[in-house]
Design a protein. Structure first.
Length: 178
């Protein structure tokens, strides 16, 4: 909650440099005066701020909404760091978008927003294998209702796809590779 951010808290946190704070903003409606004040307190204390935005079906799965959010974050001195594919958590599937949606939105945003406003698109791999940037060259296989990606350790990790998602993902990443 932005109300919890005080100059006293920021002064205490600034004693622990280097300290980076990532916050979650998922929609431009969250860019309130209270949020701006809280971000200013932290930024003025020398604490770099980043945002992790979860791509949510029906909430922010639109390039205009995300462009407004990412530009607004920069005006708050918050760098849009991650655009995250919805986690595979129970009871959240109704918010999950196809991976190709996130790739398509970011491809379109690359032509319309500045570099500092451009986040990395990541998936949080199952089994605690880490957050991984979803770049076409990281995808090793698409089929059977899943994609196989290679993480930073070189491990091949299965990531389940939504029903009917394979075709759109193949088209978005140019699969199969030639």
């Amino acid at each position: 909650l932005p109300q919890w951010i005080t100059p006293q808290l920021a002064a205490m946190l600034s004693a622990f440099h280097p300290l980076f704070v990532n916050i979650h903003f998922n929609h431009p409606a969250e860019l309130t005066a209270d949020s701006q004040r809280a971000c200013a307190i932290l930024a003025n204390a020398g604490i770099p701020l980043g945002s992790q935005t979860v791509l949510l079906r029906g909430v922010n799965d639109d390039e205009a909404v995300l462009a407004e959010l990412f530009h607004g974050l920069l005006s708050f001195r918050v760098r849009p760091y991650y655009l995250m594919q919805m986690d595979l958590a129970r009871s959240t599937a109704h918010f999950r978008t196809p991976i190709s949606t996130g790739l398509r939105i970011l491809r379109k945003l690359r032509n319309t927003i500045s570099g500092p406003a451009m986040p990395h698109f990541v998936v949080d791999l199952p089994g605690g294998r880490g957050k991984m940037p979803l770049l076409p060259d990281m995808i090793r296989e698409i089929g059977g209702g899943r994609m196989i990606v290679q993480n930073y350790l070189g491990e091949l990790c299965r990531y389940p796809l939504l029903d009917g998602e394979e075709h759109g993902l193949r088209a978005e990443v140019g699969w199969p590779r030639r």
